[in-house]
Design a protein around this ligand. Sequence first.
Ligand SMILES: [Zn+2]
Length: 309
Amino acid sequence: MSRASRWPLAQGIALTLALVLSLSLGAASGTEARTPAPLPEMTLPNASDRILVVAPHPDDETLCCGGYLQRAVAAGAAVAVVWVTAGDSFEIDAIIAERTLRPKGRGLEKLGARRIAEARAAADLLGVPRDHQFVLGYPDRGLTALLAGDGNSVQRSAYTGASAVPYPEALGHDSAYTGNNLRHDLGKVIRTFAPTVMLVAAAQDLHADHRSSGALARELLPEAAPQAKLYYWIVHAGLKWPWPHGLHRLHALRPPARAAQLPWQQLPLDEPTQLRKLQALRLHRSQREVMGWFLNSFVRSNELYAPAP
Ligand SMILES: [Zn+2]
């Protein structure tokens, strides 16, 4: 390389560096400019409220709503949780829990029973009385198929092999796995408990069981509890949500991009409420073994809810 050609090279490098610097500064100031406005705070429950959380799986009650349930109990409201499935399809989880290579059938039913017990313990800690803890026991990862047809065809769980609710403590123990039986059982819980506020999964949640249970609750509400106000929550919104992963109590949850169009409100959580939510999540031991980092990501300075229009 000749001496004459070195100068343009040096100038080129300097220019490139300047460009990169200005771009990164621009990006930083752009980020600052986009700092989102704080979300409005949601109305807190009062002593005359009755709060029902519709949890597609054991652990959703704490992930979505562990703070809200505590605030509701502190305000004197009645609280209840209904678990639509027993979370009995989580195969990796069953391998760890059962120490077998290919758990299925009874192995997964045992996992389902274990997950129900864990969720009950978590709900106890959050202040939900046992007689307001409702187990339905419909097939994990099977709700969409169950609700898709005419509601009469009997579905078989691809995981446990069951074609009827196998859990003795379930509301409709031995009921065939049909959409109409699921509608009947969830409708019965809603009518019996008569909520004033119902917290259900948003249609934007990535898990099909979440979307289906939320849609069913929404469908049943006008007849079963016309007085109830519906709020949506979201748990599965992509690999980068909640971000950052893990336990970051001082971070606030922000609405995920895929559900940005919902009118989100926030419920601020103080430290004791956060710590109890964390304690409740730790009771979901079967889940902690495989995805503790995900569970911890929901212990934040707030929870997010979007009122249904
Ligand atoms: Zn779930």
